[in-house]
Design a protein around this ligand. Structure first.
Ligand code: UFG
Length: 337
């Protein structure tokens, strides 16, 4: 199938493009390079021996986006593009709402105009807010989001579900990611954030290659076995494979479907640091600091639905993800240049 991949040069997008090619699909990439590098396209080519068609484009530029739909018969869209820094979104709400919502609306209008009826949307476990119990299931009520990034994901989910009701011949999958970490085993693709990393794993890898002196662990006084927060870390390659498996389901015309993509297993910050040392032989220098506002003590997924309906199960361990993330950072100490 021809798959339009928005944000296809980003962290999750690029890994998904590689898995799409190996499953025999033809990705067509649209990316505005705001938070990614053109060099990623060379890396994809090196890994897959295919150079996907690429358009440097902001999805809000609807006329230009229309030309992409005119140029290619597209079977499905995977929509990764969007601003994603939780902290930054608090200071720049208008940018986050206009970019993340505007790009999705423009994409939906072009899909309608060209009769493209299959869409996978990158959502986030953040839409659950504080869950009533654990593990988190897809039918839990949506919770209170605490920042414009998370709210933009929840709003887009709502828009897509209203849209699907009004257009029952459309098939839309909302994939709620837990915590993607790791990198391609080759070390060619990985997480390469602009500026100071917000997320745990890229911060850790920048510390161990000497770009930052130590990791600050945000609180060790939570009500968890070792006092640090627990998350469900999923290897980015497993996450990418989840998209390819969701595509198969979409073309069977299911309407709106929602899946958690996680592992079902909770891992604390201290356990991540242990896994890092085990997987790489390198100790991570850290200091314990205060809690980060908004962090919840425990979040992990129930992944039964994706297994039952898609046959999907994440198989890579946190230790493998640490090893792959370290390998990427060692090969690309200053990120992808
Ligand atoms: N952490 C640290 N030090 C750091 C960075 C993180 O101790 O420098 C801790 C956090 O306190 C948290 C854990 O590591 O306990 C994971 O933090 P991340 O920032 O990597 O991930 P979050 O769980 O906070 O956020 C992730 C995604 C968001 C998404 C959210 C959904 O990054 O996009 O999950 O639950 F909204």
């Amino acid at each position: 199938m021809n798959i339009l991949v928005t944000g296809g040069l980003g962290f999750i997008g690029s890994h998904t493009v590689v898995e799409l090619v190996s499953a025999g699909h033809t990705p067509i990439i649209v990316d505005d390079l705001v938070n990614s590098k053109l060099e990623v396209l060379n890396r994809i080519e090196k890994l897959t021996h295919v150079r996907p068609v690429f358009y440097e484009l902001d999805l809000c530029e609807e006329e230009k986006l229309d030309m992409v739909f005119q140029a290619h018969p597209i079977d499905a869209v995977i929509h990764f593009a969007g601003l994603k820094a939780v902290g930054e979104s608090v200071g720049k709400p208008l940018e986050y709402y206009s970019n993340n919502l505007g790009s999705t609306l423009s994409l939906l209008r072009r899909m309608v105009a060209h009769g493209v009826k299959n869409l996978i949307f990158s959502s986030s476990a953040t839409v659950y807010g504080t869950p009533p119990s654990l593990p988190i299931k897809e039918d839990f009520p949506l919770g209170e989001t605490t920042n414009p990034y998370g709210t933009s994901k929840a709003m887009i989910e709502r828009i897509l579900s209203d849209f699907c009701k009004a257009n029952p011949d459309f098939n839309i999958a909302l994939l709620r990611y837990f915590n993607p970490i790791g990198a391609h085993a080759s070390g060619e693709l990985g997480e390469d954030p602009n500026g100071i990393p917000n997320n745990l794993m890229p911060y850790v890898t920048q510390v161990v290659v000497g770009r930052r002196p130590y990791l600050t662990v945000f609180g060790d006084d939570y009500d968890t076995p070792d006092g640090t927060c627990i998350r469900d870390y999923i290897h980015v390659v497993d996450l990418a494979i989840g998209h390819v498996m969701t595509l198969k389901k979409l073309v069977q015309n299911p309407g709106l479907v929602i899946y958690n993509l996680g592992t079902g297993k909770g891992t604390s910050v201290f356990e991540v640091l242990e896994a890092f040392e085990k997987g790489t032989g390198v100790k991570v220098p850290y200091k314990v600091g205060p809690r980060r506002p908004g962090d919840l003590p425990r979040l992990y997924a129930n992944c039964d639905k994706a297994f039952e309906e898609l046959g999907y199960k994440a198989t890579r361990t946190v230790e493998e993800a640490c090893r792959d993330a370290y390998n990427f950072q060692k090969k690309n100490p200053n990120g992808i240049e």
